[in-house]
Design a protein around this ligand. Structure first.
Ligand code: DX5
Ligand code: ZN
Length: 221
């Protein structure tokens, strides 16, 4: 996986919700690899986004895997519901899980890929004892809760630390990075070891989102 071209996961949080079907079709047509779907509960993060019914509708049109990022407390209560709604990859926050190992096993036993997200303050080493069980490590490059925030520069070092952790444990997890990503920093993120780049506002606020997706992919090669 390490030498595969970078994957792009547009975050629909920045999409035009009045035209959601068209936005999904745009991502289908584009060179993007996954749909990144952000779920916020107003408790784990200070914002509320969308939830199960919206994801179920997106799933009807989506022709690429749905990567669901849960920014919620007690994610284990809803894992089965997100599977039903169409999640292919389900990511929980390490900070929100008292029994992270159990939560990862639950996600996998439901037939989804398991992701674990790390807030900017959470060290990579937190995942040392579960890294071999994880399919995706989601490195947050902003504090979760809002689109359009400024990229935190410390993220490059965090990516290198996660990459080292994966190597030291002969693990196969992909490294996904989320927040403040644009064609300005995509190349450097890939160089640091990222496999998947999430981008919301830099894609959907651009004049030609399909072109921006292609540029993120090319710029990062
Ligand atoms: C932030 C979300 C992100 C967000 C990224 O809490 O997890 O996925 O949509 O948005 P941009 O790319 O605008 O920073
Ligand atoms: Zn996200």
């Amino acid at each position: 996986m390490e030498n595969a071209p970078v994957m792009i996961a547009p975050s629909l949080l920045a999409a035009n919700f009045l035209e959601l079907g068209k936005e999904v079709e745009m991502v289908n047509r584009s060179e993007a690899d996954w749909f990144h779907l952000d779920v916020m509960d107003g408790r784990f993060v200070p914002n509320i986004s969308y939830g199960l019914p919206v994801i179920a509708q997106i799933k009807k049109l989506a022709r690429k895997p749905c990567d669901v990022h849960l920014m919620i407390e007690e994610p284990e209560k809803y894992a089965a519901e997100f599977k039903k709604a169409g999640a292919d990859i389900l990511t929980v926050h390490a900070e929100a899980c008292i029994h992270l190992h159990r939560n990862i096993q639950q996600i996998k036993s439901l037939g989804m890929k398991a992701g674990v997200a790390l807030n900017p303050h959470t060290p990579a080493v937190m995942l040392e004892n579960v890294i071999r069980d994880i399919d995706v490590v989601l490195v947050m490059s902003v504090n979760p809760g809002f689109g359009g925030q400024t990229f935190i520069e410390q993220t490059y070092q965090k990516i290198r630390q996660v990459r080292q952790l994966i190597k030291d444990n002969q693990a196969t997890a992909l490294i996904e990075v989320d927040g403040g990503i644009s064609t300005e920093n995509a190349g450097q993120l890939v160089q640091a070891g990222a496999n998947v780049l999430v981008a919301g506002s830099s894609i959907f606020a651009s004049a030609d989102p399909e072109k921006t997706i292609a540029a993120l992919k090319r710029g990062a090669l």
